[in-house]
Design a protein around this ligand. Sequence first.
Ligand code: UT7
Length: 327
Amino acid sequence: MGTQVGILGTGSALPERVLTNADLEKIVDTTDEWIVSRTGIRERRITDANTASSDLAAAAAKKALEDAGIAAEEIGLIIVATVTPDYMFPATACLVQEKLGIKHTAGFDLSAGCSGFLYGMSTAAAMIQSGVAKYALVIGVETLSKITDYTDRNTCVLFGDGAGAVVLGPVPAGRGFVGFDLGIDGSGGELLMQAAGGSRNPATQESVLSGQHVIRMNGKEVFKFAVRVMNSATEEVLHKIGLTKEDIDFLVPHQANIRIIDYARERLGLPEDKVVVNLDRYGNMSSASIPVALDEAKRAGKFNEGDLLLMVGFGAGLTWGAAAVRW
Ligand code: UT7
C-alpha cells in the first residue's frame, strides 16, 4: 500500500450563536419534547450574516495545523467537503488556501453530502500515497443555516453550522488508515436536496419566491436508508480489513439522529461510552459532524495509541462511507 497515512492533528470551529429548542418553539409549531425524543438534539450553532463556510473552515484548519505541529506552508493538498460552499465557484478550498496563506498546494471541493468528510479523507490518503502531497488538510464544513427554511419544522430543527478539520500525513507502520468503504445510490437523490441554484433549475426570481433554494427532505425514507447503510458500511469495512465488531474501540458516527446512532451502537454491541455523540449540542452539521466529533473526543483524551476508530456516515446523494483508522 506504500506510505502509511494517518491523522496527525484535528481542529474544529463553531459559531458562537446558539439556537435552542426553546428558540425554535417560538418560530415553528414544535416542542422541545418532540425534538429531543425524536432526534436527541437540544441546541445547534448558527453563523451570523457575515460568516461563510470558508471562515469556519480556515479557523478549524488553523487549529488542526497547530495540533499536528505542521506549518501551513507544508500543506500540499486542501480538500473541503461541503454542500454549502461560499460560492458555486471558485472552490472553497481556494478561499481557505488564501486565508491560510499557503503558497504551493493543490485543492478542490468535494460534494458527497454528509459523507463528504469520509470521501475527503479517503481521497487525500490516496493522493498522499501517490506522491501528490506529503501533508493534506481535509475539512468538513457547513453553514446549513444559510439554506434552511425556518418555516419548515420537518427540517429546521435538525441542522446546524460548524467546521472540523484534520491534517493527514505519513505515520509509522501499524498506525493510520486501515480501510474505507464508500458508496453512492443516485436513485434516492430526490429524498434530500437543494433543488434550485444549479444548472437544472438556475436561480430565478420565481425559484427564490417558491422556496427552491432551501433543504427539502423526506425524513422517513432517509432514516430507513441511514439505519441500513450504517450497518452495511460498517460490516463491509470490517470485512475488508479482516477484523470484527469486537475489535472496534470507538465509533465516531455521523450525527443526524440519536435513534440512528443507537441502532448502530446496539448492532455493534458497543457501550455508550465507546460512541462519540455531540448532536445534542450541535445538531446535524452534515460533513462537519464527524470531524467535529473526532476533534472533541481527541481533545478530551478519549483515544489511546493503537485504538481502532470506526467513522461511519450517510447523506444526500444518496451517499455513505466508513473509515477504519488505527489511532
Ligand atoms: O444527515 C442526513 C440527513 N438526514 C437525516 O438523517 C434525517 C433522517 N430522518 C430523521 O431523523 C427523522 O425521520 C426525522 C427526525 C426527520 C423525523 O422523525 P420521524 O420520527 O421520522 O417523524 P415523521 O417524519 O414520521 O413525523 C411524525 C410526525 C408528523 O406528524 P403527523 O403527520 O404524524 O401528524 C410530523 O408532521 O411528527 C411531525 N413533525 C413534527 N412535530 C413537531 C415533524 N417535525 C416535527 C417537529 N415538531 N419539528
